[in-house]
Design a protein around this ligand. Structure first.
Ligand code: ADP
Length: 158
């Protein structure tokens, strides 16, 4: 079974990696795919986000990194993924995630969404909060892989 973990990953955090480690144990192959969204302003380019991912997931053997644009379920079908993986942090994630899961399943009956919780230590962690803290000079080394920490320091001139 191929599972697809889509997201912006701008940038990847230890919470994302924790979800990937969990999902990789449940499925034969995990495809992590970066959504190319022209309307959403990202801090890092697609190429940078790909590099961060590649540098951080060397310990997960059944993982593949890709990118995509367009309708998620079309892409899932194209790569033969039967499952979409999404992470849940708090109740606040739930409403949006459930709406997307139901819509995707209405569009494509053969694609189901499963939700994984990352380790409790990562419940408060999001790419946006990491960017905000880093932009004000806060130390994010506990929350992101070292390649991302270096890139954030560089981006914010530290
Ligand atoms: P989006 O796809 O909404 O732009 P992200 O790229 O930030 O979001 O995250 C991709 C997925 O990973 C989403 O399902 C998000 O809820 C989940 N996620 C992000 N951070 C965490 C975390 N700390 N713990 C669990 N799940 C997370």
């Amino acid at each position: 079974m191929i599972a697809l973990y889509p997201g912006s990953f701008d940038p990847i955090t230890n919470g994302h990696i924790n979800v990937m480690e969990r999902a990789s144990k449940l499925f034969d192959t995990l495809v992590v795919s970066i959504l190319i969204n022209q309307n959403k302003k990202s801090l890092f380019t697609l190429e940078e986000r790909m590099e961060f991912l590649k540098g951080a997931i060397g310990h997960i053997y059944n993982i593949r990194i890709e990118s995509f644009q367009g309708l998620l379920v079309d892409y899932a079908k194209e790569i033969n993924a039967g499952v979409i993986v999404r992470g849940l942090r708090a109740v606040s994630d739930f409403e949006y995630e459930m709406q997307m899961a139901l819509m995707n399943n209405a569009l494509e009956k053969d694609v189901d969404t499963i939700f994984l919780c990352a380790d409790g230590d990562f419940t408060f962690l999001s790419s946006s909060v990491v960017k905000e803290v880093a932009s004000f000079g806060g130390d994010v080394s506990k929350f992101v892989p070292s390649n991302v920490k270096l890139a954030l320091d560089k981006k914010f001139g530290r």
